[in-house]
Design a binder for this molecule. Structure first.
Ligand SMILES: [Zn+2]
Length: 401
């Protein structure tokens, strides 16, 4: 729905206090959820033993001023207004693609792989996924089930042709000393939408959203770095000099990402670890492929280095500078239409979100997470000192927002 009104929120709260299930009529229509489906979901919620389960099915619109397309923002709001009880919310979120989402608050069973397992088992039936969540939470076996899923079904980006699975080499014991400098300790928000000026989420809600999203991001980074380590452990480079060089890059990127995650990494660092892991995976894949050229890291979107897809160069005009930056298709379209891209990587500073490039995050902000500097590892090792090849993108330390 376009806007989740106060009246709708009151209705949701009423329903959650009753049978624990609220389904937006439009969502039910669009997703073929029948009355008997709803009854099944209510039954699952009623039978939940280990979790206090609530199901809220609605498409949170990207234009919704309060929640800006984020199911987690909605659950944080509900959580806040009900006084912070122990609750697990099940819903629907359109991120890179529509998907089941599970948000837990307080003392609840671990939800880490619950949504992944439910979606993997019932890819074509959303109601089955929702019902399966309750069983997984009660059985507590989502971790074990997820372990059994082959890597190439878990992470599409690990799918590759060249891996010889025969040779399993033990852990890659490489440690690279890295000086990772992170200045402002800020928190990460995965999704920032175009926010109407003058509107801000209440601080309590913002911080609840932050911690839920931080946890998810951390899980994603842990999973991708682990998968990279395993892929490296199973494989070996082809014989060419370029392949060996790419393999070394894969090892170095892996070690750097692991080193970051082995510490109590701030959200800005966790994003960095993800970027390093994806570069490392790209290098590994190149080292094991048939290409005969030197590996170069792929260019990523400067507005948000986690965006996928090809980039093109756009001129970005900020308050006091104009820079040429690579942008993914969606961000480039926004810039060319004279708009600020809707999903710029943001972190929380104080009680507001701030674009990452307006913060002093050392090499991360200075290199745009490597989007402006192919040698991201070099930038990290130099600890933020010295001039980098770049295009005048030194971030202002600031409190814009
Ligand atoms: Zn982008």
């Amino acid at each position: 729905m376009d806007q989740i009104s106060d009246a709708t929120i009151a209705e949701i709260e009423d329903e959650l206090a009753g049978d624990g299930v609220w389904i937006d009529p439009a969502f039910a229509r669009n997703n073929d959820i029948s009355a008997s489906d709803e009854a099944r979901i209510e039954e699952a919620v009623a039978s939940a033993e280990r979790s206090d389960l609530k199901v809220v099915l609605v498409e949170v619109d990207i234009q919704d001023e309060r929640f800006q397309g984020s199911f987690s923002s909605l659950t944080a709001w509900l959580q806040d207004s009900t006084g912070g009880r122990d609750t697990t919310y099940v819903g629907w979120q359109e991120y890179s693609e529509p998907a089941l989402q599970v948000d837990a608050y307080g003392d609840q069973p671990d939800t880490t792989y619950v949504d992944s397992v439910a979606a993997h088992e019932h890819p074509d039936d959303f109601v089955d996924q929702v019902v399966r969540v309750q069983e997984l939470l009660d059985d507590g076996n989502a971790d074990a089930l997820w372990d059994e899923v082959p890597d190439d079904e878990k992470y599409s980006w690990t799918a590759d042709e060249g891996v010889q699975a025969s040779e399993v080499v033990g852990g890659v014991g490489i440690v690279v000393a890295l000086a990772v400098v992170v200045a402002a300790i800020v928190a990460w928000r995965r999704r920032r939408r175009a926010r109407p000026s003058g509107f801000t989420l209440p601080a309590t809600v913002l911080h609840t959203v932050r911690s839920a999203e931080d946890r998810r991001l951390r899980q994603q980074a842990d999973a991708e770095v682990l998968a990279l380590g395993e892929a490296i452990g199973r494989g070996e480079p082809t014989g060419s000099a370029d392949a060996l060089a790419a393999w070394q890059q894969a090892l170095d990127h892996y070690a750097a990402a692991r080193s970051i995650l082995s510490q109590d990494a701030a959200p800005a660092d966790v994003v960095g670890a993800l970027v390093l892991a994806r570069r490392g995976e790209d290098a590994r894949s190149s080292a094991q492929g048939r290409t005969s050229s030197a590996w170069e890291p792929g260019v990523r979107c400067w507005f948000n280095p986690l965006h996928e897809g090809r980039t093109s160069e756009v001129a970005w005009r900020d308050a006091d500078r104009e820079v040429d930056v690579p942008a993914c298709a969606a961000c480039a379209a926004d810039v060319r239409d004279g708009r600020e891209p809707r999903d710029i990587l943001d972190f929380i500073e104080g009680d507001r979100t701030v674009h990452y490039f307006r913060l002093d995050l050392g090499p991360w902000s200075r290199t745009g997470y490597g989007t402006l500097e192919p040698d991201l590892l070099g930038a990290l090792r130099s600890g933020g000192k010295g001039a980098l090849r770049g295009r005048g993108t030194r971030g202002r330390r600031g409190t814009a927002g």
